[in-house]
Ligand binder design. Sequence first.
Ligand SMILES: *Cc1c(COP(=O)(O)O)cnc(C)c1O
Length: 271
Amino acid sequence: MASSSTSVVQPTIERAQELGEALAEIRVRVRSAALPGATPTLVAVSKYKPPSDILACYEHEQYDFGENYVQELVDKAAGLPHEIRWHFIGTLQSNKAKILASIPNLYCIQTLASAKAASALDKAVPESRDTALRVLLQVNTSGEANKSGLLPLGEEVDVAASDLGQLAIHVVKKCPRLRLEGLMTIGSLEQSLSISETEKNADFEKLKETRGKLEEYLAKNHADSPWGHETSGNLVLSMGMSSDFEAALKAGSDIVRVGTGIFGERPKKAT
Ligand SMILES: *Cc1c(COP(=O)(O)O)cnc(C)c1O
């Protein structure tokens, strides 16, 4: 079935089976936690995992994959089927925009956080690409210093004066080759591990509130420009990882990013 075939090493039968089972289990959990009528996207986060693992999931019709490192993504994308939709979820540096945007099946950048990076990406999107490159703005909902992203929009905030609002306007008005599709957050792991099932996750609530404010502002002021999901027209939310994707889905997440839950533990990053 894989049309473009590839130089990628095939997974062993055991590994293919293990990944097939893990993926099936996560899909069941995603479906049962999703809100009625919702069909959330499961992004399989494959950083540090070999291309053969990705191919094994692809054989089970998993097409959305997330990667954190530009060179790793470039190398993997070159050897794997072009039907894959790659999501970039790592720290985005403006000087890497060109190489990232040159990946023909790059589907979405989930970690946009500066106008400089937005302009660099917009300039780098090749003419040959027939759709705008989707971007999500990263929001630091937990306020942790080790997390990237813009401040969420609180109750009283003036959207147009906030960093997040200004970046959204910059993308919508000044970056015709990008499409502002929504917002992404990581949130505090402690928060998601410490709360009970009936409590609300404050970080997910903050992302929802931010989306509500931004959507209201854009609908009022920039209704004539394209933004939001191509079919629903709404800003989508990417929130939820292995440890908290069910809570995120119950809170209304549209995209969950699951690594460990599918592929198992990652090697610790060398420092
Ligand atoms: C690594 C990573 C994930 C996946 O994390 P798991 O806990 O392994 O599911 C999701 N989102 C981002 C931004 C990541 O860097």
